[in-house]
Design a protein around this ligand. Structure first.
Ligand SMILES: *Cc1c(COP(=O)(O)O)cnc(C)c1O
Length: 392
C-alpha cells in the first residue's frame, strides 16, 4: 500500500489501539445493562464508574460533574438548552462568530425563535475584544458560550479571563473545549468560572458517537432528553457502555501524552510551518502567532483554490482539510477566516494541517516535499490569475 499521511486530526482522530482493547469486551462478553441489579449489570456498572473517574481526573473535576453524551454537538446543545430552561425569563445568549456549527447553528436557530443572540467579532489574529464581551453581557443574558480552542485555526481564547468577566456580570459560562482536550491542560478546579464544558471522544483518540458534558456542581440543570434515571437524569437513555469505557481510557491516555503533544507534536507543527512559509511565496499563517493549539497549522496560499490543493494532496496520500469538515465541498470561504477578515485571495486558498501524537517526522518531511510543487502547479493554471482584483 502507498504511504499515507493523516494530517486531519481536528476533523477526527485514529482510535488508540489501547482504547480499542479496553472497550472490546464490553461489545461481546460484558453486554449487561448497567442499571440491572444482577451480576451482568454490576460488572458493567463498575467499569462505567471507572471511566467517569478517569475523565474527572483528566479535567481535575468530580466524577459526579461528568455527564456522558452521544457527541460534542449534543453536549454543546445541552449546555445552552439547560441555561435557557433554567432561567426562562432570560432571553439573550452571547457567543462568537467563529464557533463550531454545534454552537453557531444552534444559536442561529434560537435567534429565529425569539431569542436575542450576540455574535462577538474577532480580529485579524482570531482574537476576541474582551471589552466588547463585557459590554454585551446584561441582566437578560442567560449564557455566554465561547469556545476554548478553534477547530480551524487552533486559536486559544483566554478562557479564565473570559470566565471572570462572565461571573462578574452574573451570567452562566459554557465553553466548547472539544479542540482543547489532549492538546492543552484543562483544570476545572483552577478554571473555576466554567459552569459547562463540552468534549468529544473522537477528537482525542476515542471512537465517534460519544461525548462529555462537564456540569459544575451547583449549576442549575435542565435535561435535553426526558426519560430514565441514567446519568442522574441529566442524560437519559441506556448508556453507550463500550464507548464510555473507551472515552475513559482515551482521557487517561490524553493526560499521559499531554507532554508529548506540547513538545514533540508542537515541534513538528512548528517545523512544518517554518518550512512551508520559507518554500512557498505568498503564504501566510492564519491565527494567533503563539496562542494556538500545538497541533494545528492553518495556512493560506494566495491565488489558489483550497479544494484543488486538497485533491492533489489526497492523490499523493496526504489527508488535510480546507476549513471545517462540515463546509468542505462548498466553495464558500470558511466563516472563521471571513470573521478574521482574511482577504478573499487568501481565504480561498487556505489549508488546515492538524497533527496528533501518531504523526512522525517522516510525515512532516513528506508534506514539506509534496506541497510546494502542488501550489506551484496550481498557480500556473490558476483561474484567479495574479492580476485579478479583490472583488468589491
Ligand atoms: C468536532 C467538534 C464539535 C462536534 O463534535 P461531534 O462529536 O462531532 O458532534 C464541536 N466543537 C468543536 C470545536 C469541534 O471541533
Amino acid at each position: 500500500m502507498k504511504r499515507t499521511v493523516y494530517a486531519d486530526n481536528n476533523a477526527t482522530t485514529k482510535v488508540d489501539e489501547r482504547v480499542v482493547e479496553e472497550m472490546l469486551p464490553y461489545l461481546s462478553e460484558y453486554y449487561g445493562n448497567p442499571s440491572s441489579m444482577h451480576l451482568f449489570g454490576g460488572q458493567v456498572e463498575k467499569k462505567l464508574a471507572e471511566a467517569r473517574e478517569r475523565v474527572a481526573t483528566m479535567l481535575n473535576a468530580e466524577p459526579t460533574e461528568i455527564v456522558f453524551t452521544s457527541c460534542g454537538t449534543e453536549s454543546d446543545n445541552m449546555a445552552i438548552h439547560s441555561a435557557l430552561m433554567s432561567a426562562p425569563e432570560k432571553r439573550h445568549i452571547i457567543t462568537t462568530k467563529v464557533e463550531h456549527p454545534a454552537i453557531l447553528n444552534y444559536c442561529k436557530h434560537l435567534s429565529k425563535r425569539g431569542y436575542g443572540v450576540t455574535f462577538l467579532s474577532v480580529d485579524r489574529q482570531g482574537m476576541l475584544d474582551l471589552n466588547e464581551l463585557y459590554d454585551s453581557i446584561g441582566d437578560e443574558t442567560a449564557i455566554v458560550s465561547i469556545m476554548y480552542a478553534n477547530n480551524e485555526t487552533g486559536v486559544i481564547f483566554p478562557i479564565d479571563e473570559i470566565g471572570k468577566i462572565v461571573k462578574e456580570k452574573g451570567s452562566v459560562f459554557h465553553t466548547d473545549a472539544v479542540q482543547a482536550a489532549g492538546k492543552i491542560p484543562l483544570d476545572l478546579q483552577k478554571s473555576d468560572t466554567i459552569d459547562f464544558l463540552a468534549l468529544s471522544g473522537h477528537k482525542f483518540h476515542a471512537p465517534k458517537g460519544v461525548g462529555i458534558l462537564y456540569v459544575r456542581r451547583g449549576t442549575k440543570f435542565r435535561p435535553l432528553l426526558i426519560g430514565g434515571h441514567q446519568e442522574r437524569g441529566r442524560r437519559p437513555g441506556t448508556e453507550n457502555t463500550a464507548s464510555i469505557i473507551a472515552i475513559g481510557k482515551a482521557a487517561e491516555l490524553a493526560q499521559a501524552s499531554l507532554h508529548d503533544e506540547l513538545t514533540r507534536v508542537k515541534a513538528m507543527r512548528d517545523r512544518l510551518e517554518q518550512e512551508l512559509l520559507a518554500r512557498i511565496p505568498d503564504s501566510v499563517v492564519n491565527g494567533h502567532p503563539t496562542l494556538r493549539t500545538p497541533n494545528t497549522l492553518n495556512i493560506s496560499f494566495k491565488y489558489v483554490e483550497g479544494e484543488a490543493i486538497l485533491l492533489m494532496l489526497s492523490e499523493q496520500g496526504i489527508a488535510a482539510s480546507s476549513g471545517s469538515a462540515c463546509t468542505s465541498g462548498s466553495l464558500e470561504p470558511s466563516h472563521v477566516l471571513r470573521a478574521m477578515g482574511v482577504p478573499f485571495t487568501y481565504s480561498h486558498g487556505s489549508l488546515r494541517l492538524s497533527l496528533s501524537r501518531f504523526n512522525t517526522e517522516a510525515d512532516i518531511d513528506d508534506i514539506i516535499e509534496k506541497l510546494p510543487p502542488i501550489i506551484q502547479r496550481l498557480r500556473e493554471i490558476s483561474p484567479f490569475g495574479r492580476e485579478k482584483e479583490e472583488p468589491k
